[in-house]
Design a protein around this ligand. Structure first.
Ligand SMILES: Cc1cc2nc3c(=O)[nH]c(=O)nc-3n(C[C@H](O)[C@H](O)[C@H](O)COP(=O)(O)OP(=O)(O)OC[C@H]3O[C@@H](n4cnc5c(N)ncnc54)[C@H](O)[C@@H]3O)c2cc1C
Length: 503
């Protein structure tokens, strides 16, 4: 008798206790407010997808400390605007394609320039205007390596494209690794853990091809050599495909368009902190929220949200946000970002710098470089404005063009005088551009806390506009499914096979 009443007391105590826990753990159904930190392509596409997923009644704030667009930005030079950050988009980047279509924007095709690859002494490869001559040169110098590279990248792209199907069917992933695994299985994961150099050597590419062709592609796209991880290396090689495009008027128009279409409210300010808070609604009921601390022109502010999406790199120099009072602490120190300086020069290129002694025909408009200590630039290419204006006959005849140079450091006057016979305008934009990759890659988590999601985790696999858009759709789906407990739409195995039969 005594035992059973004690047991009853214990049980009712337990029940009360669990009810109390249930009360303090209550979430709002549906959630009322979502905060997105960062209005680059990641943050603005997240706002767009969140609106689609959570519906018209949810309030979405997007915080931006600088310009909408982030690393999609243009630079003005003598009345024209040029892409200074993310510039080209692959023809199979379906989210970017859809955004442009849905927002009523137009695509533009950057001009197909003749390309040369310079090693500090001579051109190891120089494109000709004649298709047949190019083929002969490629085979003569590199055998079937070009063709094999094309097939290698195609195979990776085929697997990459699976993500669109998964996302159409509402599936989401709680880690960047599980997202990549769902696309390309162990092969994609292993690419994160080896260099592109190792990955290509393993697949039988010659060292000469890697040094002459692959290194320059990595240098122009990611400011790093072939020690970057195999996955981002493959993304970079896809950037050598034909059919690359950009958005007429500037890629950043996609961000302002998505923000407008999402009906989110833009708060022009810097987020400084995120802290978990408990708020009583009715007696015995407490909801868990996040309090965001921020600073605008009008002073500091605090606001409460149900869900927080972080759409900026959590790096002291980029998105310096303090996570207050979390236990265990939220790890915010991501690895370093690579500096890339974009210098725009309106002038006449000095062909003799590239070993072309006078009088010389210099038809090239894009010069990539191999890894040579002699070189202080990674690439130089003639660029067109984002709103193309026909090149005047006088500027054509005079050889005056606008050139974009990527270099690791700001160019000195002396270096500019070496590169140009003459110039009359210079503009510089210094970026912490993309992660400094170093496999095996330690990929940061997507889920930082109960309802805090980190979109830029994906950059540590590969940084690109489309990657941010994929990550944005993923966090929109993931946050929705986790909020409503729809576990069957998270981290599902064998989706490629399971969805084969679906229309
Ligand atoms: C020079 C260069 C060339 C590139 N070339 C290409 C290319 O050709 N093709 C391609 O696909 N990709 C390219 N990329 C990469 C591409 O631009 C990026 O991967 C992509 O733009 C990242 O977008 P994001 O929204 O994730 O981050 P971001 O664009 O960095 O957006 C983050 C935003 O958050 C804001 N922010 C940060 N901290 C806070 C805070 N505390 N409070 C409020 N706001 C905050 C920032 O101001 C920023 O606007 C290039 C990048 C660079 C720099």
């Amino acid at each position: 008798m005594y035992v059973s009443s004690a047991l009853r007391r214990m049980l009712s105590g337990l029940l009360l206790c669990s009810l109390r826990v249930a009360a303090t753990q209550e979430l709002r159904y549906p959630p009322n407010r979502i905060a997105v930190i960062g209005a680059g392509i990641g943050g603005t596409s997240a706002a767009y997808f969140l609106r689609q997923k959570f519906g018209k009644d949810i309030h979405i704030d997007v915080f931006e400390k600088d310009n909408v667009g982030g690393r999609l930005a243009t630079i003005e030079m003598e009345g024209n605007h040029y892409e200074a950050g993310g510039s080209v988009i692959h023809p199979l980047n379906l989210h970017m394609k859809t955004f442009v279509k849905d927002l009523g924007l137009n695509a533009r095709t950057p001009s197909g320039d003749l390309l040369g690859i310079y090693n500090g002494d001579e051109f190891v490869f120089q494109e000709s205007e004649w298709f047949l001559i190019n083929i002969i040169k490629m085979i003569w110098n590199y055998g079937l390596n070009f063709l094999r590279m094309y097939m290698w990248v195609e195979d990776i792209l085929d697997k990459f494209m699976r993500i669109y199907r998964y996302q159409t069917f509402d599936y989401s992933f709680s880690t960047t690794e599980s997202l990549l695994h769902a696309m390309g299985g162990d092969d994609f994961i292993s690419k994160l853990n080896m260099t592109i150099d190792e990955a290509m050597q393993k697949s039988g590419f010659t060292q000469r091809f890697i040094d002459d062709i692959v290194v320059p592609a990595m240098r122009v796209n990611y400011g790093q050599g072939v020690k970057i991880n195999g996955f981002v290396g493959a993304v970079s090689l896809a950037g050598t495909d034909s059919g690359l495009w950009a958005v007429a008027g500037g890629n950043k128009l996609v961000c302002s368009g998505l923000l407008y279409a999402s009906k989110a409210q833009l708060i022009q300010g810097t987020v400084t902190s995120v802290q978990e808070k408990f708020r009583s609604t009715k007696p015995g009921n407490t909801v868990k929220l996040y309090e965001i601390g921020y600073v605008t022109d009008r002073g500091p502010g605090l606001d409460l949200y149900d869900i927080v999406i972080i759409a900026t790199p959590l790096n002291k120099n980029l998105g310096n946000i303090e996570f207050v009072g979390f236990e265990p602490p939220i790890e915010t120190s991501s690895g370093p970002y690579q500096q890339t300086v974009a210098t725009f020069v309106h002038g006449r290129i000095n062909a003799s710098f590239f070993g072309c002694s006078k009088p010389c025909q210099f038809p090239l408009s894009e010069i990539l470089t191999t890894d040579s200590p002699k070189l202080f630039i990674r690439s130089i290419s003639a660029v067109s404005p984002v709103n193309p204006v026909p090149e005047s006959d006088t500027s054509k005849a005079s050889g005056l063009r606008v050139w974009k140079i990527f270099s690791p450091d700001v160019l000195t006057d002396q270096q500019l005088r070496q590169l140009f016979e003459s110039y009359h305008a210079v503009k510089v934009r210094n970026w912490l551009a993309y992660p400094r990759y170093s496999p095996p890659e330690k990929i940061p988590p997507i889920k930082l806390h109960r309802a805090i999601y980190y979109l830029n985790s994906i950059e540590w696999a590969a940084s690109a506009m489309e990657m941010s858009a994929i990550a944005a759709k993923n966090v929109a789906l993931l946050s929705y499914h986790q909020w409503y407990g729809k576990d069957e739409h998270i981290d599902q195995e064998d989706l490629a096979d399971r969805l084969k039969s679906e229309l």
